[in-house]
Design a protein around this ligand. Structure first.
Ligand code: UD1
Ligand code: CA
Length: 450
């Protein structure tokens, strides 16, 4: 089945009280717009059109950053949801099959729900996604008779009796693409707000002798974000759902309610995630690895059998091969750690390649930045970096080499060599006792003087 998706993202979002366009605010470390795009992509559509308006360039840039295959069209001025859909018409003139309308400020709609709507198209020409609202507020009300949808009544124009209806419009619409566009083109702005309401297409379709129907979903799924409070609610709802899905997929979460996932987090079966772990964008964790408590991860890959944390920070470009161990208070950025590397404690590894089974001692720092440029540190296989080594990049340490503890390594270390870059130790017998006596005498003299 051919499907096109139209994502409405032109609204200003005044109630967010923000300089950022509403649809670029984040839920689960991704702009809300990307949630709509991800849902759209799950339908494997032949075309996706994003209707932009307010801060259109920023919104379009975010859409194309998600996927080059997305088309954007500008709606200016913004005269309502039907007017927004109509802007997509030139881009959809030649398409066949179904069209689905999504809102970019409604990030929690699921693929299964849209599939149910597409299925319901065999019974109705226009299918609307509805829900039973706990508080119907200003949602459009669905006027139904048996299994037929008669009309959608916007709150502003609804009678008292209609306002009492709790079956509400989510905004998601499904119809044959050419029909949807011709219905949207017929909508008039004869309402107090002088807006072209997409919701009017139901009555227009019925006047043409076509039928309309409703598919129901949970209210949580249609949560629309208009305020920061609703943004926080959407975040919480996303996390609740993501945690349940992870558990279902065979990931152990010892304290699920304290773990936060991103829209694109991938975790393999039998991974174990401890408490208070935060996944930023772009993290993949393979099966059978363990992330201990209080880790902060973004843009990184953790392979099978690796263990990370507690209290580790993996930043973009951190790639951990199989059985790597990263311990507490370790930060890794833009670095490749080959199989079996151990970085146990208190270490910064940035812009580095580390060969298999190398051990990095506590307190090691790759000094990757000279104040102007970044440089790379290369360490071979089975090397041993002594505790508190400063590796001043660009620098290379060969296979099987060692550095002495406390060394500042500024020159390359050949394979199998030991490099020591620190002052030689001086030991003075008895000096400590004499110094203690002297200091105590100074202290006593001071006390007397007071
Ligand atoms: C809309 C529905 C209402 C439904 C509610 C669900 C209409 C007329 N009303 O109302 O029945 O219960 O959503 O949340 O459709 N947009 C544009 N261009 C415009 C106007 C809006 O792109 O000219 C976009 C907005 O960015 C937003 C979406 O369309 O993503 C919905 O617009 P909004 O103004 O929030 O509609 P509601 O009044 O909430
Ligand atoms: Ca809204």
């Amino acid at each position: 089945m051919q499907v096109s998706v139209i994502i409405l993202a032109a609204g200003q979002g005044t109630r967010m009280n923000s300089d950022l366009p509403k649809v670029l605010h984040h839920v689960a470390a991704a702009p809300m717009l990307h949630h709509a795009l991800a849902t759209a992509h799950s339908l494997e559509p032949s075309r996706i059109v994003v209707v932009t308006g307010h801060e259109g360039q920023a919104v379009a840039a975010s859409a194309t950053a998600y996927s080059e295959a997305v088309d954007c069209v500008v709606q200016d001025p913004q005269l309502g949801t039907a007017h927004a859909v109509a802007q997509a018409a030139p881009l959809l003139a030649d398409v066949e099959g179904e069209a689905v309308v999504l809102y970019a400020d409604t990030p929690l709609i699921r693929e299964e729900t849209l599939r149910k709507m597409l299925e319901a198209r065999s019974r109705h020409a226009v299918v609307i996604l509805g829900f039973h609202a706990k508080d119907s507020g200003r949602y459009g009300r669905l006027l139904t008779k048996n299994s037929n949808l008669l009309a959608i009544r916007e709150y502003d124009v609804a009678t008292e009796a209609e306002r009492a209806i709790t079956l509400c419009n989510s905004g998601v619409v499904c119809a044959e693409a050419s029909l949807l566009l011709s219905l949207a083109a017929e909508v008039k702005d004869n309402n107090p707000k002088k807006e072209f309401y997409l919701t009017d297409i139901v009555e227009i379709a019925r006047a043409r002798g076509l039928s309309a129907g409703v598919v129901l979903c949970d209210e949580a799924e249609t949560l629309g974000v208009n305020t920061r409070a609703q943004l926080a609610e959407a975040e919480a709802a996303f996390q609740t759902r993501a945690r349940a899905e992870m558990l279902e997929n065979g990931v152990t979460l010892t304290a699920p309610e304290t773990v936060f996932f991103a829209l694109d987090t991938h975790i393999g079966r039998d991974a174990i995630i401890g408490p208070n772990v935060l996944f930023g964008p772009g993290v993949t964790v393979e099966s059978g690895s363990e992330i201990k408590g209080f880790c902060h991860l973004e843009g990184c890959h953790i392979s099978r059998g690796a263990s990370v944390g507690p209290f580790a920070r993996l930043r973009p470009g951190a790639e951990l091969a199989e059985d790597v161990h990263v311990g507490n208070f370790v930060e890794i950025k833009n670095a490749i750690l080959d199989e079996g590397v151990k970085v146990g404690h208190l270490t910064y590894i940035g812009d580095a390649d580390i060969g298999e089974h190398t051990n990095i001692g506590a307190g090691t720092v790759t000094c990757n930045y000279d104040g102007v440029m970044k440089h790379r540190t290369r360490i071979g296989k089975r090397a041993f970096i002594g505790s508190d080594t400063m590796l001043v990049a660009p620098v290379t340490v060969g296979d099987g080499a060692m550095t002495g503890s406390g060394s500042v390594i500024t020159e390359d270390v050949p394979a199998e060599a030991v490099a020591i870059g620190r002052a030689r130790q001086v030991t003075k017998p008895g000096l400590a006792t004499r110094m203690f006596e002297k200091l105590k005498a100074v202290k006593a003299a001071k006390a007397k003087g007071q």
